[in-house]
Design a binder for this molecule. Structure first.
Ligand code: BGC
Length: 748
């Protein structure tokens, strides 16, 4: 008898072990087979929780009932372990107990706010960006979140578009590297670790090319541009393992991205083999009616599901129409099964079927969101994101021995402004944990330095009544620091602007302060490239500080006083005037190239404006200086299966230790399709002590020479090709400051 019991026991254990060994895909199938059509459709719905929204809100008092009936797969904007736990408890009352997914826009930090993504991109520091995403994920996951709607990897070449702040700028190479780093950061070692959140590469695709920089606007674009510029960061996010993608509000050549089969089924899930799921953007399925591509919700649901949108964020088109579409035989259940499988797979990978509450540990939540290490990292990354645009006569760094400093401007004492757009207010937590610029300076200077303050003026409006006080304070000081810029909500979603000058009378205030003869250091706070020609031409020193997050004040003080030597470089061109937009360095040469002079001799220029940016892509100064020399190629001809090694020597010729971002550009001199005047193909961020010299090496492979072209005259299908011929290799300190050049040939 004892033996029989042991045998039965052994068999049971073995079955359990086999079940355990089932792959996640098998586990998904074992759940799918139990599901009714209604429950399957339920998994494809994502609802907003009640507190925050970035789109039209559907007030739905029956949410809890629907969750209990298994009609909801995911919620967004639910914050904190307490609230996520309470919704998850309701999901556990459903027939199949399928856990909910909690999604959130964790864009640049959770409780600890890091610099806005465009600012971080200026650091060109991939490890730092990965780390900031890692910390954001650690805090978010500890607070009940499974999924961030980030990174936004949209290339943006139009600073009127408010969402430039959310991406990595204008360049596909830099953008791809950053997309990869951010996905790795959010997802950590692997999904399933309790501190990993799913990343979501968005907005698929070409959302950043909205005509006129107007948010949500149409996009009209060639295949070449799409593949060479707008898709690479998405491919990089996918290569990094991004679990999800979000489609976009725009239409692409007349077809809304949400109902775009070529983008989602053919490219993403077909050619690229994406196994995760696609969520729509907020209400974007229903918005296809406004686009004029479908007549009603029923057709919208058909279009989106057929095109490959798996989850419906907030439009309720799926909830209300998919069952009818199946009944009418307009779609098959297998189409729905495919979407459900993709979503369930992620729920299994996150470990939610094993423990739906594993992200709801209140004790861990407290520990992680109050981790002092996170603030330290935020400070370092913020300092790395500040771009030194001008430094006449080495006005910066400031001496710590100064007796009196005037700190003037509408942003000096601001707290929340420093967070920029897309911040998160964690319930029950002091989200105003922000070091103001004033506090940062106070922390920095010693007892012998007196700090004087005046607001001077508001960000907007024409009131100059505060000027007198500001001038009074300035006159009593050795140095003036003026902090001006946008309001934090002037850049962001739906924050497109036709006028991107520094608002209000802030530049007037600068003019008045300069008239005192005191040296003025200007801090420009913004989510986008602004136009500030007066400041650029007259202020002796300028730091572009963007929005730097929780540790803004300390980071700014670190740079002002030289404890951190600025090393950031612009990830996007800064125009002289909105009339130049779109402006980007990797333009074509045209048949009548414009020159730097003002002759405008029937060439491709403006009659009233330079075509060159105020500050070029890749530009940024340091408190030290770097000299580039000795560019060597190990050979001058390469076959497609070979590579060339380029080496260049960099010397820190100044007195301070510092970091430089050395940029490698390539120009394909003759292409069957014209090639840009230069394209970034590699870069290195290197640290050099004063006087130190280092040699760095770049490897040129066929991939760096390829572009999207018909691969033969007879085959008009576009694909990546490297055409034999001559190439110019350029080493630059920015896209306009090319220091060294060499040429080589790609041979058959
Ligand atoms: C934005 C998305 C965001 C979503 C949820 C939309 O309006 O376009 O980027 O993830 O709202 O907040």
């Amino acid at each position: 008898m004892k033996n029989i019991i042991s045998v039965i026991f052994f068999i049971l254990i073995s079955i359990a072990a086999i079940a355990q060994r089932k792959s996640n895909a098998q586990k998904v199938d074992s759940v799918l087979i139990l599901m009714t059509l209604e429950e399957k459709i339920g998994q494809l719905n994502q609802y907003n929780d009640d507190w925050k929204a970035t789109g039209p809100v559907t007030i739905d008092n029956k949410k809890a009932d629907q969750i209990r009936l298994g009609q909801v797969g995911s919620l967004l904007n639910t914050l904190g372990t307490e609230r996520t736990r309470s919704w998850q408890n309701i999901a556990m009352q459903s027939r199949l107990k399928i856990p909910l997914l909690f999604g959130q826009d964790v864009v640049h930090g959770f409780k600890t706010t890091f610099p806005i993504p465009l600012a971080e991109a200026a650091s060109w520091d991939l490890d730092a960006m990965q780390l900031s995403a890692r910390i954001a994920a650690t805090e978010a996951s500890a607070s009940g979140i499974h999924w961030t709607f980030a990174p936004m990897v949209d290339i943006a070449r139009d600073p009127r578009w408010g969402r430039v702040m959310e991406g990595a700028g204008e360049d596909p190479y830099l953008g791809s590297k950053i997309a990869y780093a951010r996905v790795k950061g959010f997802q950590g070692t692997q999904l399933g670790d309790v501190n990993a959140v799913m990343a979501c590469a968005k907005h698929f695709a070409a959302y950043g090319a909205a005509i006129g920089g107007r948010d949500y606007n149409s996009v009209d674009m060639s295949d070449r541009l799409l593949w060479e510029v707008y898709l690479p960061p998405f491919k990089a996010a996918l290569d990094a393992g991004a679990a999800t993608f979000m489609n976009s509000f725009n239409d692409l050549n007349g077809v809304p991205a949400t109902g775009n089969k070529i983008l989602q089924r053919d490219i993403l899930k077909g050619k690229w083999g994406f196994t995760g799921f696609v969520v729509s953007d907020w209400g974007s399925i229903g918005e296809m009616i406004n686009h004029g591509n479908v007549k009603n919700d029923y057709e919208a649901a058909w279009s989106a599901i057929t095109a490959g949108s798996d989850m419906d964020m907030e439009s309720r088109c799926y909830k209300n129409n998919l069952a009818q579409l199946v009944k009418d035989k307009k779609i098959t259940v297998s189409l729905i099964d495919d979407a459900v499988r993709r979503i369930l797979l992620k729920k299994f990978e996150l470990g939610l079927f094993d423990d739906p509450f594993r992200f709801c540990n209140a004790e861990r939540e407290q520990r992680e969101i109050n981790n002092p290490e996170h603030a330290k990292v935020a400070r370092e990354i913020a300092a790395k994101s500040i771009v030194l645009l001008k430094n006449t006569n080495s006005l910066l760094p400031l001496s710590k021995q100064l007796k009196t400093i005037a700190f003037i401007g509408p942003l000096v004492k601001a707290l929340k402004q420093n967070k920029g757009f897309w911040d998160i207010e964690v319930p029950g937590v002091d989200s105003n944990f922000i070091v103001s610029q004033w506090e940062g300076l106070q922390n920095k200077v010693g007892a012998n330095t007196q700090l004087l303050y005046a607001k001077g003026c508001d960000i907007e409006g024409d009131d100059q009544s505060g000027f007198d006080e500001a001038l009074e304070v300035a006159k009593q000081s050795e140095v003036v620091i003026l902090s001006i810029g946008e309001r934090r909500d002037m850049s962001g979603e739906a924050k497109s602007r036709s006028n991107i000058n520094i608002p209000g009378v802030q530049e007037e205030l600068l003019k008045a302060l300069l008239a005192t003869g005191k040296p003025v250091v200007v801090l420009i706070n913004s989510g986008r490239p602004l136009v500030f020609n007066y400041t650029a031409d007259h202020a002796p020193a300028i730091l572009y500080t963007w929005w730097l997050g929780s540790e803004a004040g300390n980071a700014i003080a670190d740079v002002l006083f030289g404890d951190v030597n600025p090393s950031a470089k612009l990830p996007i061109s800064f125009p002289v005037s909105v009339g130049q937009i779109p402006i980007y360095y990797s333009h074509f040469n045209t048949g009548r190239p414009a020159t730097n002079d003002s002759s405008h001799n029937y060439n491709s220029s403006y009659n009233d404006l330079s075509i060159f940016p105020k500050y070029a892509f890749g530009f940024g100064l340091s408190y030290t200086s770097f000299v580039y020399s000795n560019l060597q190629l190990n050979k001058k001809k390469m076959k497609k299966n070979e590579q060339i090694e380029a080496s260049v020597t960099i010397t820190n010729t100044g007195k301070a230790d510092g970091e430089d971002i050395v940029q490698l550009y390539i120009r394909d001199e003759v292409g069957s399709i014209a090639r840009p005047v230069k394209e970034l193909k590699d870069f290195r961020k290197i640290k050099l002590n004063a006087g130190e010299t280092k040699t760095i090496r770049f490897i040129i492979t066929k991939e760096k020479l390829s572009f999207y072209a018909p691969h033969s005259v007879n085959n008009q299908q576009l694909q990546w090709v490297a055409e034999p011929g001559d190439f110019e290799l350029m080493i630059g300190a920015s896209a306009e400051d090319i220091k060294l050049r060499a040429r080589f040939e790609l041979i058959k």
